[in-house]
Design a protein around this ligand. Structure first.
Ligand SMILES: C[S@@+](CC[C@H](N)C(=O)[O-])C[C@H]1O[C@@H](n2cnc3c(N)ncnc32)[C@H](O)[C@@H]1O
Length: 406
């Protein structure tokens, strides 16, 4: 049995604790970690930090905590929808602070216009979602279309962004899908009857955003800057003091496919055909991203033994390519971090290990070695939680803490 402290520490490595945190709670990103984890990391930093870079921003947990501490941040994120969420939760909220009255008025008008439109005869409404119709009941899609049309008429960009965040936040709940690790069709007992109450969910989300703007928008004391989608191509004109991040784990999570409903509803993609390209632009962390890049320019000596063993036993020949490619890509990121972080700056990495076909891949150790080649010296490591893989292997989520010596 775990004691409560250990349990809390384990939870802090997941998104779960953010569900009760103002602003962080707006969009649930299961692939993220908690604000508590990041706040604790900030507290124990051995240096004073005035600027921070987050190469894999996701839902923006690190930049948001930084902004609440008055620290300027820079970020990259390959998923355009997640980049939008990060910017909205920081920069849009900051701008909303001095325009609270206007935002609240727009939200009130939005609710009225949605209710009025919904009472009109919508029988002949033409709905074309380029193949996404199959993920929603028709009656729900009608309501979503009304919401989208009403959002389109909003002139104030701040209120419009926040109204879009609210729509994306309910996308999975009102669809035929569920997120259980990955996004998939729900089984019969996995949906509640009230999940069809699109307007109730949407209005509740608007109310949550409204109440956080009133109560917490003053907590955002610094801005964030989106510098590029791809962490491997990041450049910042000045050195930053610190990086706190969690890269894709080597476990095949398809961050793009998991947000396809949101990507479509907010019009970042046209159809599902756009998903593979977006996914293949990211770090190679799943076999699906192997198809476009079969040859890995360099497999590091530390990684070779694992690749060789995987070539012998893997059930899918893309697995060894993916493992070699993952560390190649992460090295590219570390090379950039070496340029971006100042001498003696700090690099905090949240990472989990993996297994394929019974072969344990010590991702933390291998990344440590590759980071070390780029000048990062490990000064501390801590296990956040352990879990068992399907074949009973113990896997760990760890925090690695480095100092950069240039
Ligand atoms: C583990 S998640 C980070 C979650 C984040 N810590 C949070 O709390 O929301 C990793 C993120 O890296 C992004 N990603 C993958 N490849 C990338 C790349 N080459 N450059 C920038 N971001 C990338 C994914 O889209 C995903 O959002």
């Amino acid at each position: 049995m775990k004691n409560p402290m250990e349990k809390r520490k384990g939870l802090s490595g997941t998104f779960a604790l953010n569900k009760d945190e103002p602003i962080h709670r707006w969009y649930k990103y299961d692939e993220g970690y908690s604000s508590e984890l990041i706040l604790n990391e900030f507290k124990r930093l051995p240096i004073e930090v005035k600027s921070i870079f987050e190469p894999f921003a996701g839902s923006g947990t690190t930049p948001l905590v930084a902004a609440q501490l008055g620290i300027e941040s820079f970020f990259t994120e390959i998923n355009p929808f997640m980049a939008f969420i990060t910017e909205s939760k920081i920069n849009t909220v900051r701008e909303a602070h001095n325009k609270q009255g206007e935002v609240l008025e727009v939200f009130d008008n939005l609710k009225v216009s949605i209710l009025e439109s919904q009472n009109q005869n919508n029988k002949n409404m033409i709905i074309n979602y380029n193949g996404f119709e199959k993920y929603f009941d028709e009656s729900i899609l009608q309501k979503v279309t009304i919401i989208k049309k009403c959002i389109d008429t909003i002139i104030d960009p701040i209120s419009k962004n926040l109204a879009k965040v609210a729509l994306s936040a309910i996308a999975i709940k009102i669809s035929k899908m569920v997120k259980r690790g990955d996004l998939r069709y729900a089984k019969e007992n996995e949906k509640k009857v009230e999940d069809a109450d699109v307007l109730v969910y949407y209005f509740n989300k608007l109310d949550e955003i409204e109440s956080d703007i009133i109560g917490y928008s003053q907590s955002i004391q610094a801005s964030t800057h989106f510098i590029h989608p791809d962490a491997r191509l990041a450049n910042i004109s000045k050195d930053v003091d610190c990086v706190i991040t969690s890269p894709p784990y080597l476990n095949g999570t398809n961050y793009i496919r998991n947000t396809k409903l949101e990507l479509k509803l907010l019009e970042f993609i046209e159809s599902e055909k756009d998903l593979p390209l977006l996914h293949s632009n990211g770090i190679m962390a799943g076999i699906n991203s192997v198809s476009k890049r079969r040859t890995i320019p360099q497999v590091f000596d530390e990684v070779k033994p694992y690749v060789n063993r995987l070539e012998e036993v893997s059930y899918d020949k893309r697995i060894p390519i993916m493992v070699g490619g993952y560390f190649y890509d992460m090295n590219k990121v570390f090379q950039k971090l070496k340029k971006i972080i100042r001498n003696d700056g700090v690099f905090i990495l949240d990472i989990g290990d993996s297994q394929f076909a019974g072969i344990h891949i010590p991702t933390d150790k291998l990344l440590s070695k590759i980071a070390n080649k780029n000048g990062f010296e490990l000064y501390e490591e801590e296990t956040l939680r352990t879990r068992r893989s399907k074949n009973q292997m113990i896997l760990r989520q760890k925090i690695l803490r480095f100092r950069l010596k240039k």
